[in-house]
Design a protein around this ligand. Structure first.
Ligand code: T5A
Length: 225
């Protein structure tokens, strides 16, 4: 029994966490075993590295050093969370994965050859079955993030949110280029509509891609529903 691995990518405030929670609800309702996880983080070791990376404590290592830390966190996350979940037949919904390194650390100037090697070592063949790129203009995503910070009082922007608008725009273009190059794996979803609209767009592609007919889902889940 092998599960499904779906990653979500996009810029800051694209709506990934919101949509992962909504997709999870739908899949659970269908009787599937669903694991929601995130990067950087998703395992005890990787969460420690997350703290270093997002606080800016690792910034002095430079983009190449940060890329190595993202890769180290990813390797632990893959080994201790993702692979065991897939092996028991779970659906893994992951908020960011290797494409974020290609885009964020690539945009910061790390040689793509090094990024390929780090990805090879960290992912170890566990390529996502599908990657949902939620695409929004950078100003919309950043606007959502700053509104959320104002509403929750949860501090200021993190290490990567703080970058200039042009950097966020370049990251958006890089994500779209990746999606274009790997069109079989990626689906690009317009994330500018309401959360309900985006949820419908994602559900339509997930349902079609994985042939999620409610009648036979419990069989696919190993009689788990
Ligand atoms: N990073 C990560 C790298 O540089 N390299 C790597 O390899 C990896 C893995 C992670 C940072 O690390 C960088 C990228 C990131 O900068 P994080 O805190 O995990 O940091 O940040 P994000 O993944 O960007 O998470 P965000 O929470 O900022 O964005 P989401 O998850 O896309 O957005 P979400 O769902 O939390 O929504 C944000 C706000 O918008 C609202 C929500 O209610 C929320 O308030 N919202 C909407 N509002 C209107 N319309 C919609 N459709 C909405 N959808 C959500």
């Amino acid at each position: 029994m092998q599960g499904r691995f779906i990653t979500f990518e996009g810029g800051e405030g694209a709506g990934k966490s919101t949509q992962i929670a909504r997709l999870r609800e739908k899949l659970v309702t269908l009787g599937l075993d669903v694991v929601v996880t995130r990067e950087p983080g998703g395992s005890p070791g990787a969460e420690k590295i997350r703290e270093m990376l997002l606080s800016g404590d690792a910034k002095d290592l430079g983009p190449r050093g940060e890329a190595m830390l993202f890769a180290a966190a990813r390797a632990d996350h893959v080994d201790t969370t993702i692979v065991p979940a897939l092996k028991r037949g779970a659906w893994v919904l992951c908020d960011r994965f290797a494409d974020s390194t290609r885009v964020y650390q690539g945009e910061a100037g790390v040689d793509p050859k090094y990024l390929d090697l780090l990805e090879l070592a960290a992912v170890a063949g566990n390529t996502p079955d599908m990657t949902v790129l939620i695409d929004v203009p950078a100003d919309i995503g950043l606007g959502r993030v700053s509104r959320r910070s104002a509403e929750t009082g949860n501090g200021g922007p993190d290490r990567f949110e703080i970058d200039d608008a042009e950097v966020h725009q370049r990251r958006r273009r890089m994500f779209l280029d990746l999606a274009n190059k790997e069109a079989d794996r990626f689906v690009v979803i317009d994330g500018t509509g309401s959360a309900d609209d985006v949820e419908d767009l994602i559900w339509n592609v997930v349902r079609d891609r994985f042939d999620l007919d409610a009648a036979d889902v419990s069989a696919k889940a190993g009689g788990n529903g």
